[in-house]
Design a protein around this ligand. Structure first.
Ligand code: SF4
Length: 123
């Protein structure tokens, strides 16, 4: 697959100022189905355009911008908001939306409870 230089530059910049990138980097990588639809995640029902009709770079830039809030751990809610792993994990945002109806809800498939045993989750 051909990779645009500017796309690679954007991906490289996704490595956060913390020096690492999150496990889930929704919207920073491309998922294209056999019909050309571009999705921010393989499991997302969201579509940002069709690569057969629009320049891929244009679709990608729009997707990066519109999903930026999902990659910001400060926007998380509940357990994920107080979890010490939120900057490297952050949970599955698509799972949160599909199962809890809120893009920023705690990941419903995670069994970790950061507040267990009196831990405030931040430590
Ligand atoms: S609570 Fe689970 S899903 Fe959420 S940030 Fe912590 S480890 Fe990740």
């Amino acid at each position: 697959m051909f990779i645009y230089d500017s796309l690679f530059a954007r991906f490289a910049s996704s490595i956060s100022h913390y020096g690492y990138t999150r496990i889930c980097n929704i919207g920073h990588y491309l998922n294209i189905d056999s019909a050309g639809n571009v999705m921010p995640c393989l499991f997302a029902s969201l579509r940002f355009g069709n690569a057969l009709n629009k320049p891929l770079e244009e679709i990608y830039m729009k997707m990066v911008e519109e999903t930026s809030k999902l990659r910001d751990s400060e926007n998380l809610k509940g357990r994920c908001k107080v979890c010490k792993y939120r900057y490297i994990c952050g949970g599955c945002r698509v799972g949160a939306f599909e199962l809890a109806g809120d893009w920023f809800a705690p990941d419903p498939l995670c069994n970790y409870n950061p507040c267990e045993n009196g831990n405030n989750g931040i430590g």
